[in-house]
Design a protein around this ligand. Structure first.
Ligand SMILES: Nc1ncnc2c1ncn2[C@@H]1O[C@H](COP(=O)(O)OP(=O)(O)O)[C@@H](O)[C@H]1O
Ligand SMILES: CCCC(=O)OP(=O)(O)O
Length: 355
């Protein structure tokens, strides 16, 4: 039996799982307010704080760190790579520490897992990082040759829930066309064609629907005007897109529950913003349906905001003409990471080397 500590840093939370082989023994979700997250200049500056929060919750629950056989982290912004399990190595750590592909909490998954692994003499892994890239060439064309669309999304959970849906239907993931919508701190809408995510919005950097803490697509020329108006530093503008966009910009919170509560209590502005998010997500689902030429077996809604009956209703009423809408609230990320590491530890699969 392998005892695993799973570490899943997200933009609004850190989730931790304790697994014995593929069985979840305990899990914890630490929610982080936007004001706390935005008080750190860089994601790497959150390393000690998030690691200490993890150690604290384990101590409070009488879990000793030296009882684990391996540490498994969510994978971050690496070079575009294929789906699979990767052993954390120096090349990976170096790219993450330098933020070669940008800043996101998931960059800390490998770094914390490796930090704990080194401290306790155990192995560390990541699986299906946010840069898993299966995009069609056509989907990479942006509209100007200076820019290319890239694949940055909730690859781990999108693939996990798509496979769960296939299993429940008794068919193979590679026989289905699915649209998977992850509604988290960031929002991604993926077109899964026969087991490959052939198109998806860049959930991190100003593409697709807005989210609790991201702007999504913005009017580009207006953005350029703002950049040259002499009123904002580059870092501030980048924060408007990722970190202080979406709900944080409109309502000063990254917590969808707060927005929903206000909306349901009669706050018309909160209702307008909440509804606008549902509207933008539905529009992106329509785009993904076109990518799949209308041949869609199901639309899957997942992520933290999929717990919201109101958000599900707002999306469902606009997209159910396309296909059945199935809701898997929360995420299967902790289990997916445990399974991925166990496949390697049991010898069923070889870990891929990141170069
Ligand atoms: N029960 C719920 N109802 C509505 N929204 C929720 C619920 N639980 C979590 N959320 C929202 O989901 C978002 C976080 O989603 P999650 O998938 O946990 O993302 P992340 O990994 O980015 O932290 C937050 O805005 C949070 O408020
Ligand atoms: C970087 C893409 C994945 C993402 O947005 O994750 P969170 O919702 O955890 O921020």
């Amino acid at each position: 039996m392998n005892k695993l500590l799973i570490i899943n840093p997200g933009s609004t939370s850190t989730k931790i799982g304790i697994f014995e082989d593929n069985r979840e023994v305990k899990s914890f979700t630490l929610r982080h307010e936007a004001s706390v997250i935005n008080s750190f200049k860089k994601v790497i500056d959150q390393f000690e704080w998030r690691k200490d929060e993890i150690k604290k919750i384990l101590t409070e629950n009488n879990e000793s760190l030296d009882s684990f056989d391996a540490f498994v982290g969510r994978g971050g912004l690496l070079k575009p790579i294929k789906s699979g399990t990767y052993r954390v190595n120096e090349a990976m750590l170096s790219d993450l520490r330098k933020s070669i592909k940008g800043e996101h909490a998931s960059n800390l998954g490998a770094i914390i897992a490796h930090g704990l692994g080194t401290e306790f003499g155990k192995e560390s892994f990541i699986a299906d990082p946010v840069v898993v890239d299966e995009m069609e060439d056509l989907a990479r064309i942006s509209g100007h040759k200076a820019f290319e669309k890239v694949s940055i999304f909730h690859a781990l959970n999108q693939k996990a829930v798509a496979k769960r849906y296939a299993k429940e239907k008794g068919v193979s993931y590679s026989d289905l066309n699915l649209i998977v919508v992850h509604l988290g701190g960031g929002i991604s809408v993926g077109a899964h064609e026969k087991g490959r995510v052939i198109d998806v919005n860049n959930a991190l950097n100003g593409d697709g629907p807005f989210s609790p803490e991201r702007s999504g697509s913005l009017p580009v020329a207006d953005l350029v005007e703002l950049c040259y108006a002499g009123t904002h530093e580059k870092a501030e503008v980048l924060k408007m897109i990722t970190g202080k966009g979406g709900f944080v910009s409109y309502l000063d919170t990254n917590d969808a529950r707060e927005v929903e509560d206000k909306a349901l209590a009669g706050d018309a502005y909160a209702m307008k913003i909440y509804s606008a998010m549902g509207y933008q997500v539905a529009k992106e689902v329509g785009a993904a349906a076109a990518v799949l030429s209308g041949k869609v077996d199901a639309i899957i809604l997942t992520g933290g905001i999929a717990y919201s009956k109101l958000m599900v209703k707002l999306i469902r009423e606009r997209v159910e003409f396309i296909a059945d809408v199935v809701v898997y609230p929360g995420e299967d990320e902790l289990l997916a990471l445990a399974e991925a590491a166990n496949r390697v530890l049991s010898g069923e699969e070889e870990a891929i080397t990141y170069e």
